[in-house]
Design a protein around this ligand. Structure first.
Ligand code: F0G
Length: 470
């Protein structure tokens, strides 16, 4: 019997699960011929962000804004109340966020970085330190633009692609306390905590860790804010891995986690199963007033914040759908399935597999390449050339330059991310992806790396251009 004829459960020695939905509408995709892919990659400066989507076959660039909405969400779009002020859909969203996340006050924004901007400007004074569990590109930039200095206080295991620690997103409480003692509590703007740490490979934070973090913040009178972008997926890992949470629902775990924090910012484009939208939510009335005043300057009136009424309705419905346990199991299960195929072939990836993506370990693909010829950028380009699959660099290019010295920052992790959109691809697509990665791995010794020929000032990974080193 061929391998393909075994069920997933048989292959991986467990009972199979299936997605709790069926497909009602499809969008054709096409694998372009090799010569066209070569031309497209050259024209895009070997940067997958600059490829045209029509030239991509399976698009694993990001899980951000790429979800498939449900029939309920599309129906909700028809209920958009496009009033400039006081839209019905805003109140539906506000009520949903209150009930699900537990925060008192909501400020809508066009997407996550809009909320990061407002929170950073409202809560950071020039020269203050912002400790966090590993940086995220846009989050850190907004903290820096507000005059803050980000300091990484994640546990050491997060920087080790082989460590199988179940909660590699955890804050190292000793590191954090050292930072507080060295700088004085008054010089800490707040602690910036992210669920399923993106740059570490989608690694979760435990409930135990956030509880201890709350206690430590209280001891020094410091605020704790959460990047809730993928907190639903973080809650799933707590349910699966942390003692005492196996019988709790994702919804219960999420609400408890948030209860230890003072507020959050959110990119609705991930967990909330929508194509656009975000928010900030806080418990402090004074902070809320400041955020609500700023939102009218940068985003839009405080009852839409850059979203159409229909977008807010789709998000309110998406939030409820995202909490369905069977959905989250299938979503993370698909990521785990791809990870398991690659692991079975000894392809180097970050373990354990995170919630939204597989992170290929480019250092291990290309032990012969130095970091300044951009190994993960090279790997993303090679994968596209091989099979039209689009991934993303998460290494030295994403890390950017140190604003003080102007040098590259050299992160320990040099990863290429294959991010799985929610409710979009099937298991057969995952098989195709796994075989493509295997082919690129087998040819890895031939790669010579890339040279950067154009570098923009901010968030360079989005627009930098490269040439192949021959
Ligand atoms: N926080 C995290 C953890 C994110 O992953 C992102 C976006 C943001 C904040 C910013 O939100 O895009 O709505 O402005 N991450 C995307 C990604 C871009 O591909 O990982 P946004």
């Amino acid at each position: 019997m061929s391998k393909r004829l075994k069920t997933m459960g048989e292959q991986f020695d467990r009972r199979s699960w299936a997605e709790p939905w069926k497909i009602k509408m499809v969008e054709p995709i096409e694998l372009k011929p090799k010569e066209e892919r070569e031309k497209a990659a050259r024209e895009a400066g070997y940067n997958t962000f600059l490829l045209k989507s029509a030239d991509v076959y399976i698009d694993l660039l990001t899980d951000s804004g790429t979800s498939a909405m449900s029939d309920r969400q599309w129906a909700g779009m028809m209920l958009g109340d496009e009033a400039y002020a006081g839209s019905v859909n805003f109140y539906h969203l506000e009520e949903t966020v209150r009930q699900v996340y537990g925060y008192k006050y909501l400020v809508p924004t066009h997407q996550g970085r809009g909320a990061e901007h407002l929170m950073s400007q409202a809560e950071i004074r020039a020269g203050q330190i912002v400790p966090g569990n590993m940086y995220f590109t846009t989050t850190r930039l907004h903290q820096e633009l507000a005059g803050g200095k980000f300091v990484d206080v994640i546990i050491d295991e997060a920087h080790d692609t082989e460590s199988t620690h179940p909660f590699k997103g955890n804050v190292d409480l000793q590191k954090l306390e050292d930072v507080i003692r060295e700088n004085g509590a008054e010089n800490i703007a707040y602690v910036s905590l992210a669920g399923t740490v993106n740059m570490a490979g989608g690694q979760p934070v435990s409930m135990d860790n956030v509880k201890s973090l709350r206690a430590l913040c209280d001891k020094y009178g410091i605020k704790l804010y959460l990047d809730a972008t993928r907190m639903v997926e973080n809650s799933y890992f707590i349910q699966q891995r942390e003692a005492g949470y196996g019988d709790k629902t994702i919804a219960e775990i999420l609400k408890e986690f948030c209860s230890y924090t003072d507020g959050a910012w959110m990119s609705g484009k991930k967990d909330h199963l929508v194509n656009i939208g975000g928010w900030a939510a806080v418990n402090d009335r004074g902070l809320f007033d400041r955020l609500r005043n700023m939102v009218v300057v940068y985003e839009g009136l405080h009852t839409y914040g850059g979203m159409a009424g229909r977008d807010m309705e789709a998000m309110a419905i998406g939030i409820r759908e995202s909490l369905q346990d069977s959905y989250v199991r299938a979503r993370v299960g698909q990521v785990e399935y791809l990870g398991q195929l690659l692991t079975n072939w000894d392809i180097p990836i970050v373990r354990p597999v995170g919630g939204h993506a597989i992170f290929l370990d480019a250092r291990k693909f290309y032990p012969h390449l130095k970091q300044d010829v951009f190994p993960s950028q090279t790997l993303a380009a090679e994968l596209y050339l091989d099979s039209g699959i689009r991934g993303m660099e998460r290494g030295i290019v994403s890390a950017g330059r140190d604003p003080k010295t102007g040098d590259h920052r050299y992160p320990r992790l040099e990863l290429t991310r294959l991010t799985i959109p929610r409710r979009v691809y099937t298991e057969a697509h995952m098989d195709v992806v796994a075989e493509a990665v295997k082919a690129v791995y087998q040819n890895a010794h031939k790669a010579k790396g890339l040279r950067m020929v154009y570098e923009p000032e901010y968030l360079r990974f989005f627009q930098a251009r490269f040439e192949r080193i021959e």
